[in-house]
Design a protein. Structure first.
Length: 317
């Protein structure tokens, strides 16, 4: 009889504790998202606790248990899914622009989004939707290899303790970011690697495999590609990962493109062949020297040529 009474009291008071914790969770969530705490929600939970205290002795433990289960299920349905993305920075570039467009197209009524940057810098920072939480994950750049590795390892341990499998979905958005690929796999079991280019056109077969093996591609649950061609090139070299691959085209702001198309540009000089490049200035992924060598080759054979290079990146200097 005593055991039954203890079980009844635990079941009954668990209902009240659930209501109290729900109110506390609501308060913390609204504070983290810098929104106004809902007075209606607070009153709802407050009167729920009062109702529990007044009527608790009249409600059987089975009824209380069922009510708790219903409330838990409702709370789970109302919870926003947590998404986290990883990138190097938000300077001008194709990956950075497509990331901004992706963030603009997320339904923030259903999803809570975190963006982790290795460097919190770039012209695109101001374009991030206000609902996105931005974190900077700084990498140590100390000249001493041992010190650099120890500090970076400590940063990673801190990240693991704080965010290990805390998210419903994680994405290493900057394909070439090794820290991003590691942190994405730490943050969620439902992790993905975003591939923004056909790397078969940039690397030999050996270097292609070396590039993706370094990213631990076989440990990702999903591998996203922006085109069918890049996906097929990848499958040719990693046929065992075919079932994990998905094509997801980049979002584009077509209205912005139409508006920019109306802007007048400098007229092309007559009788000159014009070559232009627009993108990230990164030799490792764009192989810009091929364009420069082509211009030199044509100019050396008395062709009248002109070259425009527009963009930003590590090789700008």
């Amino acid at each position: 009889m005593l055991i039954k009474r203890v079980f009844y009291l635990i079941s009954k008071y668990s209902f009240g504790m659930y209501l109290i914790s729900a109110c506390f969770d609501n308060f913390i969530y609204t504070k983290l998202n810098e929104t106004v705490l809902s007075v209606g929600n607070c009153l709802y939970y407050f009167f729920g606790v009062i109702l529990f205290v007044v009527l608790g002795s009249f409600i059987s433990s089975v009824v209380i248990e069922n009510i708790c289960i219903i409330l838990m299920r409702c709370k789970e349905k109302m919870r926003k899914k947590k998404l986290i993305f990883f990138a190097r920075n938000l300077r001008v570039g194709g990956i950075e622009n497509s990331l901004i467009e992706l963030l603009k197209n997320i339904n923030y009524n259903k999803y809570q989004v975190t963006l982790v940057l290795e460097k919190k810098m770039g012209q695109n920072l101001e374009k991030i939707p206000s609902y996105v939480r931005v974190i900077e994950y700084k990498l140590c750049q100390n000249d001493c290899v041992i010190i650099r590795k120890l500090i970076n390892f400590a940063h990673r341990l801190k990240f693991i303790f704080k965010y290990y499998h805390r998210y419903d979905f994680s994405c290493s958005y900057a394909t070439y970011s090794i820290p991003g690929s590691i942190l994405a796999r730490i943050s969620s079991k439902n992790n993905s690697l975003y591939v923004h280019s056909n790397y078969a056109l940039l690397y030999s077969e050996k270097d292609f495999n070396k590039f993706f093996d370094k990213l631990k591609v076989n440990y990702f649950k999903t591998i996203l590609f922006v085109s069918n061609e890049s996906r097929e090139s990848f499958i040719n070299r990693y046929p065992c990962l075919k079932e994990r691959t998905i094509v997801c085209n980049n979002f584009i702001d077509y209205k912005k493109i139409q508006k920019l198309a109306e802007i007048e540009i400098l007229p092309k000089k007559k009788k000159k062949i014009l070559f232009s490049f627009v993108g990230r200035l990164d030799e490792s992924s764009k192989a810009l020297t091929r364009l420069i060598l082509l211009i030199q080759y044509l100019a050396g054979r008395n062709f009248s040529v002109e070259c425009w290079i527009i963009g930003d990146g590590p090789d700008k200097a």
